[in-house]
Design a protein around this ligand. Structure first.
Ligand code: SF4
Length: 429
């Protein structure tokens, strides 16, 4: 069995091992999601042949050379292509994507523009990403908050490796030395881990809870209402008291906050809560629970090249932020799309998915999906991490070099190699 780095989610576990056997995959340390990720190496449905189709035909297998040539032809003919995805790929792939978008005068966007939701408007992209590490949280955080995220289902080893169970420098007894709070609008699996299981009112809960908490920690408490954000006042006060007594607070927030209608109010409020706690010498950090193994790296690559985190429009010089890629799709602003390592047709709202179906799609993927089914060209690739080298940036912004355990079947190219083929044909230097 070989040491490897799992790219199954943004925790990017680097303490795991796996081996491809004749019958499947054996693994050590991988969670269920990670094991499923590695099992896709041997999956019967794995894409191994390049495919092409026109609107009226069923997709046919074609040699890779033809797929590269046709894909390059679509992109060079396009007046305004969209290049999207990237977060499931090493940063080197995003860097090539940015070069390609520049030459094509297209729009480069990543899943981050969708994942981060309102963070963009509020200039809060990434919270403290890059300034603190998960190891620091493991060593020092004695008050952990999960807000609008259910890591027991989405990031399986987050709690066991970093936040809830492990002992750390100032956390001698692991779980017993920490207080854990989970806030959500419904009962979740992660609440089993929590001392504070707080089910908030779906409409006013987050905002009211944060506003009252802010008043409380600023030291100007009035008479608390009977309920705060749907939570009985006694439970709210217990949370508020303990968070103010903590030595180090780590708040992880997810889609429940990022994609709520109230995000434009609650995200700045959360940021204020952290600021006030810090001022009161209660160190408090916040991190968004992004989904993919390189959701952070795609933002880094884009910022390094253009100073814009995502949705970069290269149609002007210097490039500028594109207002809304999804709105652009709905209003037919794009006439082709290159999709790398993502399945937007099954993930995005129906009007956007329908708009994507109207333009030629070139998709790089390892497994069939709704997006590959609708694509004019499908180019199968190696599986990030298990079959490729490169670097990804896990959820706290730490760089993690990948350690492949095997070569891809049928000599499949990596995404990097496919993009090199396209960039060479399109004359990108
Ligand atoms: S927590 Fe994420 S990175 Fe770690 S083993 Fe599970 S899927 Fe892989």
């Amino acid at each position: 069995m070989q040491d490897t780095v799992c790219c199954g989610c943004s925790v990017v576990c680097d303490d795991v091992a796996a081996e491809v056997t004749k019958t499947g995959i054996q693994s050590l340390g991988l969670c269920g999601l990670g094991h499923a990720y590695y099992s896709s190496i041997r999956s019967k449905s794995r894409l191994t042949k390049a495919q092409m189709k026109s609107k009226s035909t069923i997709a046919k297998s074609v040699p890779f050379k033809i797929a590269y040539e046709e894909a390059s032809a679509i992109l060079s003919k396009s007046k305004h292509p969209l290049l999207i995805g990237w977060s499931n790929s090493p940063i080197e792939v995003s860097q090539l994507g940015l070069k390609l978008a520049k030459v094509l005068k297209g729009v480069y966007d990543s899943t981050a523009s969708y994942e981060y939701g309102q963070l963009r408007q509020n200039k809060l992209v990434g919270g403290e990403t890059g300034k603190i590490s998960l190891e620091e949280i493991r060593n020092f955080a004695d008050f952990i908050v999960y807000w609008g995220v259910n890591p027991a289902e989405s990031h399986h080893r987050h709690a066991s490796r970093y936040t809830v169970f492990p002992a750390g420098e100032k956390i001698p007894e692991g779980r017993e030395s920490r207080i854990v709070a989970v806030l959500d609008i419904r009962q979740t699996e992660s609440m089993r881990l929590a001392n504070h299981q707080l089910i908030l009112d779906a409409e006013i809960g987050d905002e009211q809870f944060m506003t009252t908490l802010l008043t409380e920690i600023r030291g100007r408490p009035g008479t608390p209402p009977v309920k705060v954000g749907g939570i009985p006042a006694i439970e709210f006060l217990s949370f508020a008291k303990q968070i103010q007594e903590a030595n180090y607070i780590a708040i992880f927030y997810g889609n429940g906050l990022l994609h709520s209608h109230h995000a434009s109010k609650t995200l700045p409020l959360l940021s204020k809560v952290a600021r006030v706690l810090n001022k009161k010498n209660r160190p408090c950090v916040t991190l968004p629970m992004v989904a993919y193994c390189n959701s952070i790296g795609v933002v880094k690559a884009s910022q390094a090249e253009t100073k814009i985190p995502y949705s970069v429009d290269f149609n002007s010089q210097p490039p500028k932020p594109h207002e809304s890629v999804f709105q652009g799709l709905i209003t037919n602003k794009f006439d082709a799309a290159l999709i790398v390592g993502w399945d937007p047709i099954s993930m995005l709202p129906a009007p956007i998915a329908r708009a994507l179906q109207q333009i030629p799609l070139i998709t790089l993927a390892t497994q069939p999906s709704l997006t590959t089914r609708e694509s004019t060209i499908v180019i199968p690739t190696a599986l990030t991490g298990a079959e490729t080298t490169g670097t990804v940036y896990r959820m706290d912004g730490s760089a993690v070099p990948l350690q492949p355990i095997t070569k891809p079947p049928a000599n499949l190219p990596t995404e990097e190699q496919v993009l090199e083929q396209l960039t060479t044909r399109l004359g990108v230097k």
